[in-house]
Design a protein around this ligand. Structure first.
Ligand code: 13P
Length: 259
């Protein structure tokens, strides 16, 4: 089956939660419940100041550490920004870009997200590029149009070889933090569309089949297995439930069984 071509990625997005002092206890609970298969990546995306503590706490485990944003610039006079080289230098191997919260609250455009994607690839950090529609857009029947635009612009000037090193996360905005998960059929429909779009419009089927496409939006220990069972859903980008280490470890187990 297609899934053997790509990794299952179970990624937590802590957003602006947690403190460095809480990281060791979190990691202990996670490690106690963790069983990671060979075809699986477990990633925790933490706020910048928590990255060193998290890297230390998961050292020697299969857990990878990610950031939640990055500067599009290499270096220079950009007060408050953090470069991809700085993340790589710390040992950070993943980074979320284009999260809907950044698109909404920081006016991030597709073009900026594309610049960030390039900055990460240049520095060997795996981008997790988020796409997804608002409730108004879904109700207006615009979901596939919105998502294909975000994918097309996000992957602009990216070669097929580079695209294989990118993770896509489909996160419908109406499902984020609302407790209203997309049904597995809704999530599969859009993830399958993204794969087809990558294959038919931007690259080819070999490339598209190698790209992990995650679902995100109120994913939790209860609905995770059913979502991961869908053929085009290769993992999850998990917000609230990733703050609970025992629940997150259980979701990793679901991913393990599905990989
Ligand atoms: P929730 O899982 O809290 O809905 O958040 C999803 C998300 O935005 C992950 O990036």
């Amino acid at each position: 089956m297609d899934k053997k071509f790509r990794k299952t990625v179970i990624a937590g997005n802590w957003k602006m939660n947690q403190l460095a002092s809480g990281v060791p206890a979190y990691a202990d609970t996670l490690k106690a419940g963790l069983a990671v298969g060979a075809q699986e990546e477990v990633v925790l995306c933490a706020p910048y100041p928590l990255l060193p503590a998290l890297l230390a706490a998961v050292d020697g485990t299969p857990v990878r550490v990610g950031a939640q944003d990055v500067s599009a610039h290499d270096a220079g006079a950009y007060t408050g920004e953090v470069s991809a080289a700085m993340l790589a230098d710390l040992g950070v191997t993943y980074c979320i870009i284009g999260h809907s919260e950044r698109r909404a609250y920081h006016a991030e455009s597709d073009a900026l997200v594309n610049e960030k994607l390039k900055a990460l690839l240049k520095n060997g950090v795996t981008p997790i590029i988020c796409v997804g529609e608002s409730l108004e857009q879904r109700d207006a029947g615009e979901t596939l149009k919105v998502v294909s635009e975000q994918i097309k612009n996000g992957f602009a000037d990216i070669s097929a070889d580079e695209a294989r090193g990118v993770v896509v996360a489909y996160e419908p905005i109406w499902a984020i933090g609302t407790g209203r998960t997309a049904t597995s059929e809704q999530a599969q429909e859009v993830c399958s569309f993204i794969r087809e779009y990558l294959a038919e419009n931007l690259y080819d089927w070999d490339t598209s089949k190698a790209i992990s496409i995650l679902y995100g939006g109120s994913m939790n220990g209860k609905n995770c297995a059913e979502l991961l069972a869908q053929i085009d859903i290769d993992g999850g980008l998990i917000g609230g439930a990733s703050l609970k280490p025992a629940e997150f470890a259980g979701m990793v187990k679901d991913g393990n069984e599905d990989a």
